[in-house]
Write a protein that binds this ligand. Structure first.
Ligand SMILES: C[S@@+](CC[C@H](N)C(=O)[O-])C[C@H]1O[C@@H](n2cnc3c(N)ncnc32)[C@H](O)[C@@H]1O
Length: 228
């Protein structure tokens, strides 16, 4: 049997096409062809909707869910956090804008005794993380489909983010108000406008060429309790 007509745009591998029931027909069409075409349309609809929703959320958040590069992750999780790992025991880490969980899952594996709060607004990457958590559960990882700008940040001992400068500019006063002075903030690639970095680590990586390290300045205001 030939692939269905939608195959002009989207050809399913032969193994995914159902060729059974050729003897059964519905209004003259073999049932196998009808089911195969229906399956392809549903799949195409899901993919197109997922892409459309993701594009809308790119506009809403101002950034795509592009994952941090492998060298930058290795550097942050290895050399950089190696220095402050003992301070994090029993504390909480915030992954603000967690995307597909590329950083959140390794963070939770790297610090099994520390709660990792992963916030992601875009539904498709959030759903991916949620499914990943269902399959490969990390006991200390909490995944939230929420806007971190509206969530209390108090209680976090470390903030890790890979966001654009405009978003970081909105996040800065919130961090100053809610995080304890001296809290470590690691920003992949983009600097936080208005803050002086403690260190800028240059990486041999064209996607994420630098990692900024900050300590929250200023005094702490009374902030709401951290999210569970
Ligand atoms: C460049 S990705 C970073 C992914 C991940 N942190 C990593 O390092 O692989 C930035 C993510 O932040 C999310 N984001 C941006 N603003 C947000 C907000 N206010 N609340 C929650 N998520 C947000 C975007 O949807 C996007 O998925």
């Amino acid at each position: 049997m030939a692939p269905s007509f939608i195959g002009v745009f989207f050809v399913l591998p032969e193994s995914f096409q159902w060729h059974g029931g050729d003897g059964v027909s519905f209004f003259g069409f073999p049932i196998g062809v009808i089911l195969s075409v229906l399956f392809e349309y549903v799949l195409l609809g899901v993919v197109v909707s997922g892409v459309a929703v993701s594009l809308i959320y790119c506009v809403v958040t101002g950034i795509s869910p592009i994952p941090s590069s492998s060298p930058s992750r290795a550097f942050i999780l290895g050399d950089l956090l190696g220095e402050c790992a003992p301070d994090l025991m029993g504390a909480a880490i915030g992954e603000l804008g967690a995307g597909w969980g590329t950083m959140a899952f390794p963070l939770s594996a790297r610090f099994p005794g520390t709660k990792v709060l992963a916030y992601e607004l875009s539904p498709v990457p959030w759903l991916f993380m949620w499914l990943r958590q269902g399959l490969f559960r990390r006991r200390n990882l909490r995944i939230h489909r929420r806007n971190f700008l509206k969530e209390p940040l108090s209680g976090l001992s470390l903030v890790v983010c890979y966001l654009h400068s405009e978003c970081l500019e909105k996040l800065r006063p919130k961090m100053e108000a809610e995080l304890a002075p001296g809290t470590l903030v690691i920003s992949n690639t983009f600097d936080i406008p208005g803050w002086e970095p403690d260190a800028v680590h240059k990486l041999d990586d064209s996607f994420c060429p630098q990692v900024y390290v900050y300590r929250v300045p200023g005094a702490t205001l009374n902030a709401p309790a951290p999210v569970e």
